[in-house]
Design a protein around this ligand. Structure first.
Ligand SMILES: Cc1cc2nc3c(=O)[nH]c(=O)nc-3n(C[C@H](O)[C@H](O)[C@H](O)COP(=O)(O)OP(=O)(O)OC[C@H]3O[C@@H](n4cnc5c(N)ncnc54)[C@H](O)[C@@H]3O)c2cc1C
Length: 318
């Protein structure tokens, strides 16, 4: 990633409810770990190249129009370049939840509506040269990082749900020229109740979204892609039944999501002025029952097949 121009960071400056402190990212026998600022287009390019090397066929541009179904089963996808039939189809189309909406599946909201505002400015911020920064305040938090040699990214979350002033920018970046407009993204905490069933998987934000403070969005996108591929291979190789693979994925993802929701609630409870909604017990928000309901339940997790072996065979260390 460094060769592709992604900027490494050694630590993050955190000012939450006390004076600023610096945290590193941990490490192992081979040395300290680094944080990495990946530019979306560069990172997408790296992943696409890797997929092509591994034998994937790429249709680009190509828009998914609707799933192809046979009764309850998804059997492929209709695209603007024609139908693509498949034993399994994976939706990695992001937080608009394309497939969940097409199939009218239930999406559970675990927070009130939350909008992240973000943007970029030209320039170099010396205090960000080796560390990104996050700072909590009475309304939410602001994150900043040097993401390219001459570009600083910022992100602002107002936890009271106000969308903020369109022209807002962190005070330290107000004199830098803007690179593009300020944008907004719906980062309300949510998960598709059943992100897998007969013939389909949902991966990344298509399956579950948390706000950027959880820092797991890209990791979850990668890991859900890997896990769904592993389970599809396990089923094809006779190591797992179709339902077993689906149940495992559903439970694994819900447990990860629940864990991250608890961590975010703890993080925000430690702000000088936590938002009022955090004082309520954890609950679902919005429409109570919309779409086909949850079918997952708590079970002990044991992945079908030897996923660690499969990944390590492919050079991925867990
Ligand atoms: C402001 C902000 C800051 C963030 N910061 C971090 C961070 O620091 N660390 C972190 O880990 N995560 C962060 N995240 C979260 C992270 O960006 C996402 O979790 C991650 O990008 C999800 O990847 P994805 O591949 O699932 O979805 P996306 O990155 O949204 O990609 C989905 C792709 O599918 C395409 N698509 C959609 N519908 C169709 C269709 N019908 N047909 C064809 N293509 C389609 C879209 O065009 C898009 O290219 C941040 C998010 C925001 C909003």
């Amino acid at each position: 990633m460094a060769a592709a121009g992604c900027l490494p960071h050694e630590r993050i400056g955190i000012k939450w409810n006390a004076a600023q402190r610096f945290e590193s990212f941990g490490g192992d026998a081979s040395g300290p770990w680094q944080g990495m600022q990946a530019w979306r287009g560069d990172f997408d390019g790296l992943l696409l190249d890797r997929a092509l090397e591994a034998g994937a066929e790429l249709l680009q541009p190509c828009q998914a129009l609707r799933p192809l179904t046979d009764g309850e089963n998804v059997v492929g996808v209709e695209t603007d370049r024609g139908p693509v039939r498949a034993g399994w189809m994976s939706d990695a189309g992001g937080g608009r939840h394309w497939l969940a909406r097409q199939l009218a599946l239930q999406i559970e909201h675990h927070s009130p509506p939350l909008i992240a505002r973000y943007g970029y400015v030209h320039g170099r911020e010396p205090e960000l040269s080796n560390a990104s920064s996050i700072e909590g305040d009475e309304l939410g938090w602001t994150w900043k990082a040097q993401v390219k040699e001459d570009l600083v990214a910022w992100c602002r979350m107002d936890l009271r749900g106000r969308s903020g002033v369109a022209a807002w920018r962190p005070a330290s970046l107000r004199n830098f020229p803007a690179y593009g407009p300020t944008r907004g993204a719906d980062v309300s905490w949510r998960i598709v109740s059943r992100p897998v069933a007969s013939g389909y998987f949902m991966a990344g934000d298509a399956a579950a979204v948390l706000d950027p403070a959880s820092s797991h969005g890209v990791l979850r996108a990668l890991m859900t892609g890997m896990m769904s591929a592993h389970l599809i291979a396990a089923e094809a190789g006779g190591k797992a039944g179709r339902n077993e693979a689906a149940d495992y994925y559903c439970e694994w993802l819900h447990q990860w999501f629940d864990h991250d929701v608890s961590e975010l609630r703890e993080l925000y409870a430690a702000l000088p002025h936590p938002p009022d909604w955090l004082a309520e017990p954890r609950r679902l928000y919005g429409a109570k029952k919309k779409g086909k309901g949850p079918t997952h339940e708590n079970r002990s997790l044991r992945p079908p097949g030897n996923w660690r072996e499969d990944f390590e065979d492919n050079g991925v260390k867990g």
